[in-house]
Design a protein around this ligand. Structure first.
Ligand code: NAD
Length: 477
């Protein structure tokens, strides 16, 4: 597919192009234009016009257009899933799952379009004020820049674009240079569903070029970003006075309590799925597992038994469970981190081999010291570290010993323990008797510490993407 930018509804091509390749075998999937500062400027200008045009649409119109977009996407599920598999390298099963979630995210946003509400303000509750009545409303910001990562190009873009449109904002999307083709198709679908072409723009290219120009543009009122902590920090330094929503990385932790012997197989299975889905390239992948010492060896045995049954290979095949990581550079880094963990005293419990340029066996490491990168940083690959602890308190301390705080999980029968864990663990979401990888698209989702700022989930994203306007009448004048 020859990709293009979408600026004010027009397809824009450039001489200089970037190749998009299939992570499994490096074959060519398509190309995208290498956009520059001027393209970002033109897209923002178009979006300013788009914002004006959106004002002509009532909340009901926006609801209808989003509903229609969800239906169109649902009808074209297979086509979108196949492209996702080629761009991201995720298995066809995972790709179908992502399309289903994207349909849901758009539908949820459609519903929220009718509920962008304010409330009455009691002006006369201040001393000496009489006869003043009024309210506040939530109004759209204007042009929102949406910068998205490679791992869920469809659903994570929907998490930004659908709530933005629901609230009446126009958007300029800058997708990952690895996975832009899916996003271009999504933008066209939104326009086909009824949004003004100027309201949904896509610029493609490198983050440091066209992405940076979008971030620095003063007419952009908000940047909603999902990606790595490093990029998030750069964006907030350069973007100046605007709003920011930051959905960043993590090294999610989970604790398995001593009273979980009966459920150990099921927990091991959940942990393996949480750690190896999308070859571990999920921001809430299970990365650090802390198991009570009484169950440690049994848990490792069950986890490895399940892990070794996972089929690794060509993600286009229906029977494959784990596909490649995004590129050779990522695979090199992950293998280096595994080697470092072993050199610092950790052991490979299962896996650990590289099966191809971008294929890594699902790997379980044990007894890895905290300073190892596979513990202290975000692996973003198919690696789970299992360490033993002697108490809930030790598990909480270990989970909190991280710069990140997106989600954490605990498996326990103790209500008191679960409450203590949910109060003391510093994360945006706590899953009790569930892995930290659990997410449904309507829940408030986002991190604390270096995992981010703000919450997504259409209702909550709309709060971030609107501002309050206060209106006061003097009824006695
Ligand atoms: P990345 O930070 O490398 O890139 C993300 C996007 O930012 C891309 O579109 C890139 O082109 C753009 N970009 C890069 N430099 C930029 C700059 N200077 N200015 C503007 N834009 C710039 O991330 P990635 O490798 O695509 O994705 C993986 C990361 O995303 C992981 O850290 C993962 O945890 C995180 N992530 C977080 C969530 C969440 O919801 N918290 C979800 C998915 C992924």
């Amino acid at each position: 597919m020859k990709g293009y930018m979408l600026i004010g509804g027009k397809r824009v091509f450039k001489k200089e192009e970037i190749e998009i390749t299939f992570p499994y075998d490096n074959s060519l999937v398509g190309t995208i234009p290498r956009g520059d500062e001027k393209d970002a400027e033109l897209a923002v200008e178009a979006a300013e016009l788009g914002f004006k045009k959106l004002k002509e649409m009532t909340p009901y119109d926006r609801f209808r257009a989003l509903e229609r977009a969800a239906r169109l996407l649902s009808r074209r599920s297979k086509e979108f899933a196949q492209l996702l598999t080629l761009e991201v390298g995720k298995t066809i099963k995972e790709a179908m799952g992502e399309v289903g979630r994207a349909v849901n995210t758009i539908t949820l946003s459609a519903e929220e379009a009718k509920r962008v509400l304010g409330e009455e303000v009691r002006f006369d509750a201040a001393p000496g004020v009489k006869g003043k009545v009024g309210f506040y409303r939530r109004v759209p910001l204007g042009v929102i820049g949406c910068i998205t990562p490679f791992n869920f190009p469809l659903n994570l873009t929907c998490h930004k674009v659908a709530p933005a449109l629901a609230a009446g904002n126009s958007v300029v999307i800058k997708p990952s240079e690895n996975t832009s083709l899916t996003v271009i198709k999504l933008a066209e679908l939104l326009i086909e569903a009824g949004f003004p072409p100027e309201a949904v723009n896509v610029i493609t290219g490198y983050g440091e070029e066209v992405g940076d120009a979008l971030v620095r543009n003063e007419k952009v009122r908000m940047i909603t970003f999902t990606g790595s902590v490093e990029t998030g920090k750069v964006i907030m330094k350069r973007g100046g006075l605007k709003k920011y929503a930051m959905e960043l990385g993590s090294n999610a932790g989970v604790y398995v309590d001593s009273d979980q012997r009966e459920k150990l197989s099921l927990i091991a299975q959940k942990v393996a799925l949480g750690g190896f889905t999308l070859a571990g390239q999920v921001c809430i992948s299970v990365q650090r597992v802390f198991v009570h010492k009484d169950l440690y060896e049994d848990f490792l045995e069950k986890l490895c038994a399940f892990t070794q049954r996972l089929k690794v290979g060509d993600p286009r095949r229906e029977d494959v469970d784990v596909g490649p990581v995004i590129d050779k550079g990522a695979a090199d880094r992950i293998m280096e981190w595994i080697e470092e963990a072993v050199s610092l005293g950790g052991e490979v419990a299962c896996g650990g081999r590289r099966l191809g340029e971008t294929l890594i066996e699902p790997t379980v490491l044990k007894g890895v010291p905290r300073q190892a990168k596979v513990v202290s940083k975000e692996v973003f690959g198919p690696v789970i570290v299992v360490n033993q602890v002697s108490s809930l308190e030790e598990a909480i301390e270990a989970i909190n010993d991280s710069p990140y705080g997106l989600q954490a999980g605990i498996f326990t029968n103790s209500l008191k323990g679960a409450l203590k864990f949910s109060e003391e663990v510093e994360c945006g979401g706590i899953m009790v008797n569930e892995i930290p990888t659990f997410r449904v698209d309507q829940m408030p989702y986002g991190g604390v510490k270096e995992s981010g700022i703000g919450r997504e989930g259409p209702k909550f994203a709309i709060e971030e993407m609107t501002e309050i306007k206060t209106i006061c009448f003097d009824s006695s004048f």
